[in-house]
Structure formats: C-alpha cells, structure tokens
Design a protein around this ligand. Structure first.
Ligand code: FES
Length: 146
C-alpha cells in the first residue's frame, strides 16, 4: 500500500512538473506571506467565477506597501499567484502596486496553463480592490477633516 501511495505521489508530481513551470510549483508548495496581517489598513476578499476566493491584507504607510499577506481557498495555482503577487508588490509604491498587471504576474511565475490563467486575474483583481478601498478610505478621511 505504501508503494502504491508513493507511486501515486510520483505520478502526481511528474504530472505537475509537466504542467506547471518550476517557479509555480515552488510558490505553491512554499508560499510566502500567508495569513491575516496584523494592523492591516487595506484589504479585500473576492470570489472569482471559479468559486475560489482570494484575500489580501496590506499595511500601507508613506505611500508604500509596507507589508502584504494573502489567503486563498483556491487551487495550487491560486496559492502560487497570491504568493508571487505579495513578493512583487511588497515594499513598492502604491503607484507601482496599482500598475501590476496579470501578464506581469504570469511572467514572474514563468506562465500558467491556459485553464489556470484566471487564477492570476483573480489575484490582480483582488489587489486592485484592496488598493481602491484604501484610496477611498483616505479620501473620506481627508474630506471628513475639512
Ligand atoms: Fe479558482 Fe485557480 S483560483 S481554479
């Protein structure tokens, strides 16, 4: 039975290796910046058409993304996209974070199979929602002070 499990695992692994670039597998199996961020001042959670949810938590200060973390209940590719996105956006200016595109994220991962490209779209869409929410909150705070 152990050899059956080992054989099955090897089959899965070899299929994954044939399907996904090494960068995707590395991010999926060893994701960075996972979990809820303490003292986040921007966040968004969004459920994509596939039914999976992506969530980002950001700590923004002095116009920069000081910290960012993610959570997802999605597929391995969504874990990889969430992890890579946090690495691309962490420490960047808000302008640079907002300029991140789906194709830049896919490029950083070495690509995704066609049936998983929407996972990158889910991540970028959720990030933009979080940044838009932060901008709206700042505007409201400023106008409330006048
Ligand atoms: Fe839904 Fe990847 S995020 S299949």
């Amino acid at each position: 039975m152990d050899s059956l499990a080992a054989g099955l695992q090897e089959l899965i692994s070899s299929e994954e290796r044939a399907t996904f670039p090494p960068r995707v597998l590395a991010e999926a199996y060893h994701p960075r910046n996972v979990g809820r961020l303490q003292n986040a001042n921007a966040q968004a959670s969004f459920k994509g058409p596939c039914g999976d949810t992506m969530e980002f938590h950001l700590r923004i200060a002095s116009g920069r993304v000081k910290k960012i973390s993610f959570m997802t209940d999605g597929c391995g590719a969504s874990i990889a996209t969430g992890s890579m996105l946090t690495r691309l956006v962490g420490g960047k200016s808000l302008k640079a974070a907002a300029a991140l595109t789906e194709s830049r994220l896919l490029e950083a991962l070495g690509g995704l199979p066609k049936e998983h490209r929407h996972c990158a779209k889910l991540a970028v869409t959720t990030l933009r929602m979080a940044l838009a929410g932060y901008t709206d909150t700042k505007k409201k705070t400023k106008s409330g002070r006048k």
